[in-house]
Write a protein that binds this ligand. Sequence first.
Ligand SMILES: Nc1ncnc2c1ncn2[C@@H]1O[C@H](COP(=O)(O)OP(=O)(O)O)[C@@H](O)[C@H]1O
Ligand SMILES: [Mg+2]
Length: 397
Amino acid sequence: MTKSRDNPLMDFGDSVFTNRDALSESYEPDRLLERDEEINEYAAALRPVVEGDTPDNIMVYGTTGAGKTAVTRYMAEMTDEACENNGNVLSIAELNCNEMSAFKVVRTLVNMLRDDGEKNFPARGLSTRDALDALYEEIDSHKGTFLLILDEIDHIENIDTLLYDLSRSQSTGRLEDTKVGIIGISNDYTFRDVLSAKTKGSFAEIEIDFKPYTADELESILSDRATVAFADGAISTEAIRLCAALSAQDSGNARQGLDILRAAGKTADDQNDDAVTVEHIREAQGKIERGNLKKRIGNLTVQQRHILHALALLEADEKTPARTKEIYSLYEQVCDQSSLDPLSTVRSVRDHLDELSMQGFADQITRNEGRSGGKYHVYECSMRSDLVLSTGPRDSY
Ligand SMILES: Nc1ncnc2c1ncn2[C@@H]1O[C@H](COP(=O)(O)OP(=O)(O)O)[C@@H](O)[C@H]1O
Ligand SMILES: [Mg+2]
């Protein structure tokens, strides 16, 4: 077919990407770099599974983007292979528990394990106890060993009773033919603190910590992925190095690094450049930062957004830390400009400032003027004021 002159979809230049999907959330890399120590610890913890003994429970901790999910999936695959080699029966179920109640977790697992065409476990009318009984029935029919991977386990509401029940399923005789091991993954190191004493007692686990990646480690991970995602010579070493350094600052988050690479590649394509440079990385990083901030500001109420805007204006003018009264008078002006009725009392604005401080948008500092002045609070903006001001108080959603 000949190229139609006015078809804009047939007019792109060469892309810097050969496989953009390799930078997406769902891509599973062929190899995992820089995690040998964690992989060895993990392997040792899984040894009883391979040897056909009762599995130990395992808790994996680490910050976002530290490779917990990726390494766990890899370990599941390796365990499966090793068990097959040994002639052990192994089944694995993995579930991301984000925003789920204990009931929903158990119900989802039951439905995952039931064969196609079998009746779904009902969403209403039955209790978590009923769902657990159904789950044990499914698990017990698998025989051998069963590994239950609960990703983002700290997100489960009322996790305590669930873990207590699961970790006692063998001793209480609910499971007869299958040995179950639980692998929990959590961003939250204080996860264990929310468990009751009796659950802590029965859910004895081996803990594996994933440290945040260093800039060097991120550089090797990102370089490796870039060779899959980008065309030969379509990204410079300096660009990858900068991207690694920026993500190392963001608590060593590999996900952040991959997101920046993808956005930078898109920027290069949009500008018809044939390689991703340091400038593209900076631009992409700024865009992502603004996007994240916008999302967070979008979750605030309209009044809170106006208060934050006033605080950012003071910050940009180097007039912070500021007292509530000063913030209030600027806030009135901001409201006036965007035709919003301001809150009528300084006190309600102070309450919102405290709430903004709790949510990490502002910093509250206590001043003490001794006997005469008494105690009062001053506030600073804890986000970059230029980023806050780059969106109007009305238009960030
Ligand atoms: N060691 C590694 N080698 C290659 N890719 C990695 C590595 N660690 C993380 N990644 C990639 O970074 C992203 C985030 O990792 P993930 O396992 O989801 O982090 P977590 O579960 O700790 O938040 C994924 O796309 C993953 O493929
Ligand atoms: Mg994860």
